[in-house]
Design a protein around this ligand. Structure first.
Ligand SMILES: [Zn+2]
Length: 257
């Protein structure tokens, strides 16, 4: 794991081995807001120890969406409330059995009592309630129901969740009625945010403002191609598992689109 490093004032990012997964901590006066801590038991403990050493024990947690690698927690991180959008929190409950089987396969040993325990934001609430820097939640249904990116206007940091990645193509929620439309709406929501200086994708490298714009453009191009039922030359399609996801998305859209 690449240990916690400060990418903007008070914004710490750790990068896990598996899927190059980002964990983001936002420093506040009495601790931190911890977003999507991941992935293995050992990595979560390292994050907890690193935060504790800096006097940044979590005061609040946030899960961008209800996929198993974004809803992890461990005792050492303490008992802070862990928020998610209402739709994502509901999705975590509904999908719990399959999320548990995935975590057991890919990163065994987590405390399942703590796994996926999310508190829904109240209706109309679009900021995370904590006493640190303002954290706006941008919820949409691209990639997963109620997927919530977090924008920190004080530093211009956008924690994008599973979007805007340099290593993963847009992965659609194929259970949705309009997977491409949902994803495009999510991207447009993020693209419309003013003041993005840094983007932290759920998987992949942190990017600056220009990189963020380029990734949005690449993702929109990808969506346009698969919507037309066309293949696309995208450098992110090299790994076999992403090639397989891509082919499954194309097939699904040809059958249902
Ligand atoms: Zn995901």
């Amino acid at each position: 794991m690449r240990h916690l490093r400060e990418i903007a004032p008070g914004i710490l990012v750790a990068t896990a081995e598996l899927f190059v997964t980002s964990s983001t901590a936002v420093a506040g006066p009495g601790g931190c807001l911890l977003i999507d801590p991941a992935v293995t038991v050992a990595e979560l403990r390292l994050i907890a120890a690193g935060l504790s050493a800096r006097g940044l024990a979590p005061q609040a947690g946030f899960a961008t969406h209800a996929h198993w690698d974004h809803v992890l927690w461990c005792r050492e991180l303490g008992e802070a409330p862990r928020f998610a959008s209402a739709a994502a929190a509901l999705d975590a409950e509904r999908d719990r059995p399959s999320m548990i089987s995935r975590v057991q396969d890919a990163a065994p040993g987590h405390d399942l009592e703590l796994f996926g325990r999310l508190r829904p934001l109240a209706p109309g609430q679009d900021e995370i309630a904590w006493d640190g820097p303002r954290a706006r939640v941008l919820a949409h249904n691209g990639h997963a129901p109620g997927h919530g990116a977090v924008f920190l206007p004080g530093t211009g940091v956008l924690v994008a969740g599973d979007m805007c990645s340099d290593i993963e193509i847009p992965l659609l929620d194929l259970a949705a009625a309009d997977p491409v439309g949902d994803y495009r709406a999510g991207l447009e929501l993020l693209a419309g945010v003013t003041g993005v200086q840094w983007v932290i994708p759920g998987h992949g490298g942190v990017g600056d403002a220009a990189t963020f714009r380029a990734r949005v453009t690449a993702d929109l191009a990808y969506l346009a191609a698969i919507e037309r039922g066309e293949d696309i030359a995208d450098s992110r399609l090299r790994p076999g598992w992403l090639r397989a996801e891509h082919e499954q998305q194309l097939r699904h859209l040809r059958e249902h689109g």
